[in-house]
Design a protein around this ligand. Structure first.
Ligand SMILES: Nc1ncnc2c1ncn2[C@@H]1O[C@H](COP(=O)(O)OP(=O)(O)O)[C@@H](O)[C@H]1O
Ligand SMILES: [Mg+2]
Length: 260
């Protein structure tokens, strides 16, 4: 049975300049233990979809279940089974890594002793042990991202939603994060639903891809199947397939003139 299932999931924002249909009806399913790459050009509705699936934003249409819980009828059920790491993490730079993690555990109603034990366990798993007494503001980008993810894992979620977890990271930290995502799947059976702007990363890491554009799903399949179908060969790059599907690159094209 699917661990995530959406039907016509939609969200319209009312703005001063009229309604914005950020998500216009997304239908997708994700199987347990899958790493699902959720791709699309800027403004396609990825973050809005993730915020709905993690109950941070109520849908204005459609329905979805996450880990067996209905988004609208049982948001508390979804919250205790899903973890979310936002595009820009909400970590307090003045607090130590340990305090940040213990507080998160307490928010999830762990006892002090449980929160302390889970903090040690996660720190070991995410290579944060030597950093536990450092202020979050003093971490490198890669270390900070590992802390963001540890926060999202505190309550042992069955499903982890990661919004652009590797944006801005150096290649080494990105590779570490890929390993971590794979270990979550392989050792804990965690389902990972992630967005990324890096198509090489999506290709390497994802079991399956769902591509959205203008608030709807426009293609889905394994990376190899999408390359074969849209770029003519499984040896093509995902970039080629992505361009064929959306007519655009994943990131805004830099049109800054080169200084001469
Ligand atoms: N709170 C909001 N109010 C109005 N428009 C929004 C809001 N959040 C997102 N949008 C709009 O919805 C669309 C999808 O945004 P988003 O989900 O952030 O896209 P993505 O993550 O794929 O880049 C964009 O046009 C964005 O400007
Ligand atoms: Mg986004």
């Amino acid at each position: 049975m699917a661990i995530i299932s959406t039907a016509g999931l939609a969200r319209t924002f009312q703005t001063n300049s009229g309604p914005v249909e950020a998500v216009r009806g997304v239908d997708l399913t994700v199987q347990p233990g899958e790493i699902l790459g959720f791709l699309g050009p800027n403004g396609a509705g990825k973050t809005t979809t993730l915020r709905m699936l993690t109950t941070l934003l109520p849908p204005t249409g459609g329905a979805a279940t996450v880990a067996g819980c209905d988004l609208v009828r049982d948001p508390a059920g979804v919250r205790c089974r899903a973890g979310y790491v936002a595009q820009s993490g909400g970590i307090d730079p003045t607090v130590s890594v340990r305090e940040e993690l213990v507080t998160q555990g307490r928010l999830y109603r762990l006892t002090k002793a449980e929160a302390a034990a889970r903090t040690e366990e996660l720190a070991k798993d995410l290579d944060l042990t030597d950093l536990l007494d450092r202020k979050a503001g003093a971490l490198s980008g890669g270390q900070r991202r590992r802390l963001d993810i540890a926060m999202g894992l505190m309550h042992r979620p069955e499903v982890l939603f990661l919004d652009e977890p590797t944006t801005g990271l150096d290649p080494g930290s990105r590779a570490d994060l890929w390993d971590l995502v794979r270990r979550l799947r392989d050792e804990h059976g965690t389902t990972v639903f992630l967005t990324t702007h890096y198509l090489d990363e999506a290709d390497e890491l994802s079991d399956r891809l769902v591509i959205v554009d203008k608030g709807v799903v426009v293609a889905e399949g394994t990376p190899a199947a999408l390359k074969e179908r849209y770029a003519g060969s499984a040896d093509a790059t995902l970039q080629d397939a992505f361009l064929a599907i959306t007519g655009r690159g994943p990131a805004p094209v830099d049109t800054t003139p080169v200084a001469v």
